[in-house]
Design a protein around this ligand. Sequence first.
Ligand code: SF4
Length: 334
Amino acid sequence: MIYRYPEYCEKFRCIADKCRDSCCIGWEIDIDPETLVYYGSIGGGFGERLRRGISGGAFVLGEDERCPFLNSKGLCDIYTELGEEHLCRICSDHPRYFEWFEGVKEGGVGLSCEAAAELIISSDFRLKEKEVPEETAPGHSPELYSLLLSAREEMLRRLETDELRSALRWMLAWAEELQSRMDNGELTFPEDTEEQEASAPDAKSVLEYFRGLETLDPCWPELLKTAEEQTGAAPLTYEQEVCLRRIGAYFLYRYFMKGVFDGEILSRVKLAAVSVWVIGWLWRTTGTGGTADIPRRYSKEIEYCEENIEAFLDSTYEEDFFTSAGIAGLLSIL
Ligand code: SF4
């Protein structure tokens, strides 16, 4: 089968003890059954320690929410004692993500990881492919797959070549039309579409909305509140806009093709556009423009929290400020 991935993944290296927000802190990690059996077979003192540090098939986090095997130097004791090949599935995959289609596996590295976020915002978005051994993939319509693949290519192309806000407004209008055709069982491309018209921007309501979601880091809502009280600061620089294009490409690449399985694409295009807006707005209003810290925190709070991402996708059909016109309005003040 073909494995497709953004080229920058080849440069990804975990920075381990140098990471300021290790993924081994604060996350509940379930251990896959195969690894659980292996850990149960380990003897000696380390085997004892493994059994003390695991309960109900997951690592028992300490009071400071640290994985019990993350040592004081920020390194993993399981990795050191048993070797990388004996990490559980989640620990060996993270921050990599994967999606399987018939004959194709897609993957990448997630924005919530410090090292990955640096790569994502600093590298051009280029896809690469290579042959890998066959893996099981869920079934889907080949016609819908090729339609969505071509649609994603076109949106990624516009995102790279057109003015950022204009590309996003076009994507919103085009996805709206494509979604309506798909809903009517018509698997055809819309003719070229005008950019989405904008309604009055409602930045305050959007930031309030995000403050009302589940929170991991108690400082996150405070940051959103600060942004809510600002009316904007220095405009985005050319370099910051380039980084935002790459962030938009990340969300589009990672989420759009899921529509093959549930026929839903518009909310995922909105996810890409709103994510670009929130990150760009926080960069502008908190003076952190162009740094990987804000996209990483946004990703951790919204993208990597199942409840939040589901709530957001549902809200794109419920909230006025998340209609295509509402999002186009937000983009007009970015
Ligand atoms: S967040 Fe990324 S860089 Fe940090 S420890 Fe995890 S994988 Fe490594």
